[in-house]
Design a protein around this ligand. Sequence first.
Ligand code: ZN
Length: 423
Amino acid sequence: MDRDSGFFDRDLETLTPEGRGAYQGRRLREVLRVAAECTSHFPARLKAAGLSLDDLKSAKDLDRLPVLKKAGLPELQKQDPPFGGLLAVPAASLRRIFVSPGPIYDPCGSVPDYWRLARAFYAGGFRKGDIVLNTFAYHLTPAGGMCEDALTVLGCVVLPGGVGNTDTQVKLIHDLKATGYVGVAAFLATLLDRAGEMGIDVKGTWRLQVAFVSGAMLPESLRAGVRQKYGIRVRQAYASADLGLIAYECPQQDGMHLADDLIVEICDPETGQPVTPGTPGEVVVTTFDEVYPLIRFGTGDLSALTPAPCPCGRTSSRITRILGRADDVTKVRGMFVHPGQIDEVMARFPEVKRYQAVVTRRGNDDDLLLRVETVARTAPHGMDTTILDALRAGIKLRARLEYVPDGTIPDGATKILDRRTWN
Ligand SMILES: [Zn+2]
């Protein structure tokens, strides 16, 4: 165990592929045994799939077990309250119980940094002695507590700010010389702006150096602006109340490394089978948590694996940012397309006012038509080809483009209109 990091094993971050396979296999067999012996849900699930523990010996065997969808958790918990038969310890031994939208009850075990976020904070530059304002909610939902627990094991001083109270929080950062911020990115921007309005010389007097954001999209323009203007380094992570840390950014800020102490598969949302690297799919997670062992848990979030190794030296695979909800994907010519992917491409064309992708059947093939309204009356020469090339690079699909008159695409229209009929 690394001396600086205390409660998490940094050696895991640089395992060889063989070492990682062996480590994951050992932890997987342990957690499956716990789930089989100590929960009422998992034995029934194994039986329904016609499997025994001997069939699931390594991460590669996991896809034999159907995905447990997060969307089904409220119903499971209703049928077998409060934890749907998924908890492997007596509820009386937990430290806290939270509730997330759904509603879903979230158990919190009694080990330090139960959600394993310390690794992400460490990679984000948080160190012992940092004074950190934590603006995530502390009540009912676990975000505030999740981050506080991780900061505590790293030896940081936590200012439990919670949500809102902008002026008070600005004063906290100022008076207590906070060095770190935790929360959503937009609130960091709000605090910085408000400090300026309150006449504070942020650049000259504040010591804020690191920010850890999660829970919402981080616009790269915001990240770059905060870094340039105030010298604050913003990093993000992907975590959930059910699973704790799933993935986190390293100093490269190019995708998020998968946490070492769980198994992540990116799967076809319909079949639950792993897709090839680079293809978007649902994030399916198996934890090694012996308190609340979630096995092949379908988060409903959509992302894609980045196959290239990372220059930072961490050897775990990376995923892209969360592209959206798996429910919103449309399959076109066998490829998943999410509105977020099209948004990402179209954001590069300020000449485009509105757009909508329309999927139809032409003979035995899917047809993808991109309808575009432009800002000016006529589109710049050759823009259609540029857009289609960018789209092809972004979503790996060929499309056609049609300029349509102003007002053709209604406000709030769905980004991907599926008009296919299957007779
Ligand atoms: Zn890296």
